[in-house]
Ligand binder design. Structure first.
Ligand code: XMP
Length: 325
């Protein structure tokens, strides 16, 4: 029978059998999946796991701080934080194609993990080798990246189809057969705090796939502001548990004419993409209250420079995907 207790027990045994006495690193993204994967592996192999949080510069406001504080406080796991924003932005310069962005981000993640691996080994050279990379890959990620049987490749999720061919790590993916709601239950079973267990999904490639067009530092700053406003208002309205997630997307290559004060503007649109879903495989657009939408729109156009229009995405999945890229 399927119980979270059984899943935890079974996975802990499998992880121990796979890793043996060697060491592992785990990429933490701030999301539920990597947090639960890390907690499972930590339970199995203790301090032979080091978590690596890569700040790729594509994070939302406050995300890095949350990982540094909440997750470490909850699990006592060893954490290494790497500021890699320069490197990711340099690699993404001039790139607009969504699949290319995903591949680049996946590749850079691995390069950073390899560096972290070398540093961890250098810190304690006598210990067992660091040979494993833990990832919070879920069943839907596998299916939608073309890893399942009979499905088309929809997107290269950064941790599945986005991996480089010359990967130096053996992967540990204890959540590969689970759906998101099951992962949340496992997280609860492992004693992770509510804020982590019920966090809305956020993709590994971060804001990099929410800028339609080239990713630049200025565009990221602008999108980060708009996203923070939307999240603030949704939380204030008590809607966090009603929606699955709400991507906020910047159409960086689109401009439209507007008027502000007594002058003409020529700015970018921001798209709100609130969805409800059970497992992210299908989704419907959330019928958010008009007054909440109005507040978000007013605040974003008033407070975010160069944004003069807010539009609402009313497409289900399929035919739309949840993210725009
Ligand atoms: P789509 O856009 O395919 O998204 O409908 C389905 C769910 O997956 C998230 N997503 C990702 N998560 N790495 C992740 O960890 C990725 O590369 C990635 N791409 C999409 C998305 O936010 C949604 O919850």
């Amino acid at each position: 029978t399927w119980t979270t207790e059984n899943v935890v027990e079974e996975q802990v045994a499998l992880i121990r059998a796979q890793v043996g006495t060697r060491r592992a690193i785990c990429g933490l993204s701030g999301g539920v999946d990597s947090a639960v994967a890390a907690a499972l592996v930590h339970k199995a192999i203790g301090d032979r796991l080091t978590c690596v949080y890569v700040d790729h510069g594509l994070m939302r406001k406050g995300e890095t701080e949350q990982v540094e504080k909440d997750f470490v406080a909850a699990t006592g796991v060893r954490l290494k934080v790497v500021d890699a924003s320069e490197r990711f932005l340099a690699a993404l310069a001039g790139v607009s194609d969504p699949e290319q962005k995903r591949k680049i981000i996946g590749r850079e993640f691995i390069r950073v993990f390899e560096q972290a691996q070398a540093e961890i080994v250098a810190e304690a050279p006598g210990d067992e080798p660091v040979e494993f990379l833990v990832q919070g890959t879920l069943y839907p990620d596998v299916v939608e990246s073309g890893g399942g049987t009979g499905t088309a490749n929809i997107k290269s999720h950064h941790n599945v189809g986005g991996l480089p061919d010359d990967l130096q790590f053996e992967l540990v993916e204890p959540l590969r057969k689970l759906f998101k709601d099951e992962v949340r239950m496992v997280g609860q079973e492992l004693g992770l705090p509510e804020e982590i267990v019920h966090r809305q999904p956020f993709p590994g490639p971060g804001l990099g796939i929410r800028i339609v067009g080239e990713v630049t530092r200025e565009r990221l700053d602008l999108l980060r502001e708009a996203d923070a406003i939307a999240r603030e208002e949704l939380t204030a309205a008590g809607l966090d548990r009603d929606i699955w997630q709400c991507p906020v997307v910047l159409l960086a290559d689109v401009r439209s004419v507007g008027v502000q004060g007594d002058g003409r503007t020529y700015g970018h649109p921001i798209v709100l993409r609130p969805v409800s879903s059970e497992d992210a495989m299908t989704a419907d657009w959330s019928r958010l209250p008009y007054d909440v939408l109005a507040r978000i729109s007013t605040r974003i156009t008033n407070e975010v420079k160069d944004v003069n229009r807010v539009v609402l995405d009313v497409t289900s999945k399929p035919p739309g995907t949840i993210e725009w890229e």
